[in-house]
Structures are given as structure tokens and as C-alpha cells.
Write a protein that binds this ligand. Structure first.
Ligand code: IPE
Ligand code: IPE
Ligand code: MG
Length: 240
């Protein structure tokens, strides 16, 4: 029976993370402004969320805005912030209805109080939901995360010099504390780089790069990525 189950059941990743990329190119191909690509990309987030719930994925995270993205033209930064702000409010009902816990991770200091207010409201209202944890990384970078974790750890060590801090304990200082490391990382638009995303947490994540531009990435693409993941042999440096 156990053997039969192993042969027939698809291995589902617990945490799928996505670097959504290619919105600008998608818009350019259509002779539109870059912002139109970001707007179209919201539909892909929705499609992946539904697919993740259907497939039993427990954590779904998106790299929505990097620390480096603050360096884009002011108009694009503002329209991205507005889009995220409005989308959180719009999707709130769906999160409640579908039992989705909403989480935002990133450098809050750069986001402003209005944005943080909405984030806090939606996080608080959905905190007990456990069907899917939906995470948006906003104003986030992997180096920022490791740096802020090291600072917190140093302060803790100064206050409690006797304290032993293991590798696992270090993970608890990261902004992602309590969230399992990603099993699968998808990056759209054909790029093959991490772009300063979760540097610590991606240590043993399976990587998948697809040429599909983010606004074209739908439910079927998400499910195909899960099929590809199911075929991967995760060895963690050992011999099988
Ligand atoms: C991803 O699409 C969205 C963000 C990084 C905010 P891009 O805006 O990077 O699109 P390309 O890479 O220029 O096509
Ligand atoms: C990565 O995409 C960041 C996000 C998806 C939020 P970018 O388009 O900003 O990354 P680079 O510039 O290609 O590395
Ligand atoms: Mg890009």
C-alpha cells in the first residue's frame, strides 16, 4: 500500500516562491507602458493562488518589489506601490473566503504609514487562516534580511552572553522566521539569477526558469511547474 501510494501520488512542494519577471517586456511587446504589464501581472498572481489552493501547496510567496527596485523611475515606483496597495484591499475578501493567511515581508521603514496600515489590517484579519499562507515580499532583499538578522542576533548576544546560537536559531532572526524554506523557486521571463532574493533560505531550493513572461503565466504553467518539481531528485548532498 505504501509503495503504491509512493508511485501514484504526486510530490507537492510545501512552499513555492515566484520571482515575477517580464512585466515590462510584456508591455513593450504590445506597445504599451511598463505599468500596464504590472497591472496585467496581478491576474497571474490570482491564477497561481487558486492553483496553489487546488494543488494543496501550503505556502505561496511572490517577490513583488525588491530593495533595488526603489531605484526605478519615480513614476513606476509610485504606480507599483499604488497597484499593491489597491490589490491588497481588493483581494481581502477572497483571502477571507478561501481561508488564506496574508503576510508581507520586507523593510517596513521605506513603505510609509498608509501602506503599513493596510498591510497590518489584512495580516491581522487573516492571521488564523491556515489553508494557504500567501506571502508578498515588498521592499525586500536577501542581504537586507541577513544584515537585520545579524544585528538582532548581536544585540541578543550582548544582552545574554551565555546564550548559544545555532544555525537553526539564526533562521529565527530572519524576516521569514516561522516560514519553511522554499522547496521550489520559479522565475519567469527566462532570467537565471536570484537578484538578491532570499539568499539564506534558498540554500536547497529547486530552481525553475521559464521563458513565459509574468503576465502570461497562468494556472496551467503553475501546475506544469509542480509536475516538473515532482520529477526532481532532491539529494541534499547525500548519496541515494
Ligand atoms: C517584474 O517585471 C516586476 C518587478 C520587478 C516589480 P519587470 O518590471 O522587471 O519587467 P522586465 O524585466 O523589465 O521585463
Ligand atoms: C527581481 O526582478 C525583483 C522582483 C521580481 C521584485 P528585477 O527585474 O528587478 O531583477 P533584475 O534587475 O532583472 O535582476
Ligand atoms: Mg525584470
Amino acid at each position: 500500500m505504501t509503495k503504491l501510494l509512493m508511485e501514484t501520488e504526486k510530490r507537492i512542494p510545501t512552499h513555492v516562491s515566484i520571482i515575477m519577471d517580464g512585466n515590462g517586456r510584456w508591455a513593450k511587446e504590445r506597445g504599451m507602458e511598463r505599468t500596464k504589464g504590472h497591472i496585467a501581472g496581478v491576474e497571474s498572481v490570482r491564477a497561481c493562488t487558486i492553483a496553489a489552493i487546488e494543488e494543496g501547496v501550503k505556502y505561496l510567496s511572490f517577490f513583488a518589489f525588491s530593495e533595488e527596485n526603489w531605484g526605478r523611475p519615480e513614476g513606476e515606483v509610485n504606480s507599483l506601490m499604488k497597484l499593491m496597495f489597491e490589490s491588497m484591499q481588493k483581494e481581502f475578501e477572497m483571502f477571507v473566503r478561501e481561508g488564506v493567511r496574508f503576510v508581507v515581508i520586507g523593510d517596513r521603514e521605506r513603505l510609509g504609514s498608509t501602506m503599513c496600515g493596510v498591510i497590518d489590517n489584512v495580516m491581522e484579519a487573516t492571521k488564523n487562516n491556515d489553508r494557504l499562507t500567501f506571502i508578498l515580499f515588498i521592499s525586500y532583499s536577501g542581504k537586507w534580511d541577513i544584515h537585520q538578522a545579524a544585528r538582532k542576533m548581536a544585540a541578543d548576544m550582548a544582552a545574554h552572553p551565555e546564550k548559544e546560537i545555532s544555525e537553526a536559531d539564526f533562521g529565527n532572526y530572519l524576516a521569514t522566521a516561522g516560514i519553511p524554506d522554499p522547496d521550489l523557486l520559479i522565475r519567469t521571463s527566462g532570467e537565471k539569477r536570484i537578484s538578491n532574493y532570499m539568499l539564506w533560505q534558498l540554500a536547497y531550493t529547486e530552481l525553475l526558469s521559464t521563458p513565459v513572461l509574468w503576465p502570461d503565466f497562468g494556472k496551467e504553467d503553475f501546475k506544469a511547474a509542480l509536475d516538473e518539481y515532482a520529477k526532481r531528485d532532491r539529494r541534499y548532498g547525500k548519496v541515494k
